[in-house]
Design a protein around this ligand. Structure first.
Ligand code: PEP
Ligand code: MN
Length: 431
């Protein structure tokens, strides 16, 4: 029965990675049921990339008694605890107890490193940071509950899918980001006053938005431009939350004002200009509220993920990535919205990624198209600048949409997301 299931899973791989109902990754080329079963038995259900030497090593190390036919339904259905050690990943046995995990954590801490318990619906991961050099796997391999130590191949650890296979779902004011349904966040670039933000908030809510954005501290290119209302702006955002029930997303631009922003907001935005402000990222990592991290204007995928790693490494695992356009030679838009980073991020990381088509284009007329393209590319939500009177906006008016345009974006994006979801369900049902 199990062998037949595995055989089906493995053969269904058909050259492409696939996800089974329990979230195992069957990579291309791993088509032999015995291999898959052996790997599952050896790793408590944790499969590795095809072509990776570890597959061979794992097989060689697997005792015959644990091979294919011995894999029990329990091996198949239970999930491992994972521990990362520097560039090392410690896989706990599926049946490892909390006490086993605690002992590993204590050992990590006694070595002067930091242990991270990665929250997950099915998989618990414990990571370690603070170790400049790789740690000897022998230190952990003999411990009760530890299955084996494996090297992590990427420079980032905690954000990596090697550590957590399933998508992370981050909740902002109760709204899930990273699940099946896209999240919609709208609001003005800046909080300008009570009337403006309350009107914007009601309009965003009416249009189907779930979160309200708006800067109280603005990172402006010119020191003479409006810099934001500061704490008063934060208070007005809190008032708008009271009035509408919408969660708040607002930017923290420096360590000095971080505490205030954290106090009022539901999600802390780190702007593109600050993506590599490491002291700010570390402070965000100490926050106990989700972080929306915008991609820097010239950041590579790896730099983007490493910036997120800074936040996670300080203990805050709730990070939402945001693509907002990068600088290119193109001058028909303010930035070039690089939607190809969406699948690239999703391949490497368990963190959700959303798209900001407003800064990504700089043009009101392009926002609708690129918002839909973002959803079609698989983004977990949209961040859109919306203002009751965009032409009177104190900042970013040219890229800010009217409330009725936001309502169209939300409705169309939902339709696309639903279509994709139902088609995916149909494909699943036939495989
Ligand atoms: C903003 O969201 O208004 C903003 C300043 O964004 P970014 O950091 O992407 O430029
Ligand atoms: Mn803006």
């Amino acid at each position: 029965m199990l062998a037949a299931k595995l055989d089906h899973l493995a053969n269904a791989g058909n050259g492409k990675p696939r996800f089974s109902r329990t979230g195992f990754v069957i990579e291309s080329g791993v088509k032999n049921a015995a291999v898959v079963a052996t790997l599952m038995a050896a790793n408590n259900g944790f499969l590795f990339k095809n072509g990776d030497a570890r597959i061979g090593e794992t097989l060689a190390k697997t005792p015959r008694s644990r091979q294919a036919d011995d894999a029990s339904a329990d091996d198949y259905d239970t999930f491992p605890h994972l521990v990362i050690i520097g560039n090392m990943l410690i896989v706990m046995k599926a049946l490892a107890t909390e006490a086993d995990v605690d002992r590993v954590r204590e050992r990590i801490e006694s070595m002067g490193f930091r242990a991270h318990i990665m929250p997950g619906e099915q998989t618990t991961a414990i990571g370690i940071t603070g170790n400049p050099k790789p740690v000897d796997p022998v230190m952990f391999e003999g411990m009760p509950g530890v299955a084996e130590a494996i090297r992590v191949s990427k420079p980032y650890k905690l954000v990596s899918r090697e550590v957590r296979h399933e998508n992370s779902i981050i909740r902002v004011h109760g709204i899930p980001v990273g699940g099946d349904q896209p999240m919609f966040c709208g609001g003005p670039c800046s909080v300008e006053g009570r009337e403006q933000i309350l009107e914007a908030a009601h309009a965003v809510k009416k249009a189907g938005g779930q979160l309200l954005r708006g800067g109280a501290y603005k990172p402006r290119t010119s020191p003479y431009s409006f810099q934001g209302l500061g704490e008063e702006g934060l208070q007005l955002l809190a008032e708008a939350r009271e009035a509408t029930g919408l969660g708040i997303v607002t930017e923290a631009i420096d360590v000095e004002t971080f505490d205030l922003v954290e106090k009022y907001t539901d999600c802390i935005q780190i702007g593109a200009r600050n993506m590599q402000n490491y002291s700010l990222l570390k402070r965000a990592g100490k926050a106990r509220k989700p972080v929306l991290l915008k991609r820097g204007m010239s950041a590579t995928l790896e730099e983007f993920l490493m910036a997120a790693e800074y936040v996670l490494s300080e203990g805050n695992y709730e990070v939402i990535l945001c693509e907002r356009g990068v600088r290119t030679f193109a001058d028909h838009t303010r930035n070039t919205l690089d939607l190809s980073i969406v699948p690239a991020v999703q391949k490497l990381s368990h963190l959700p990624i959303v798209v900001d088509p407003s800064h990504g284009t700089g043009k009101r007329d392009s926002v609708h198209s690129m918002a839909l393209a973002g959803i079609a590319a698989g983004a977990s939500g949209l961040l859109v600048e919306v203002h009751p009177q965009p032409d009177r906006a104190w900042s970013d008016g040219a890229q800010t949409v009217y409330p009725h345009q936001f309502a169209e974006i939300v409705a169309d994006a939902k339709a696309i997301a639903e279509l994709l979801l139902s088609r995916r369900a149909a494909v699943h049902a036939t495989t």
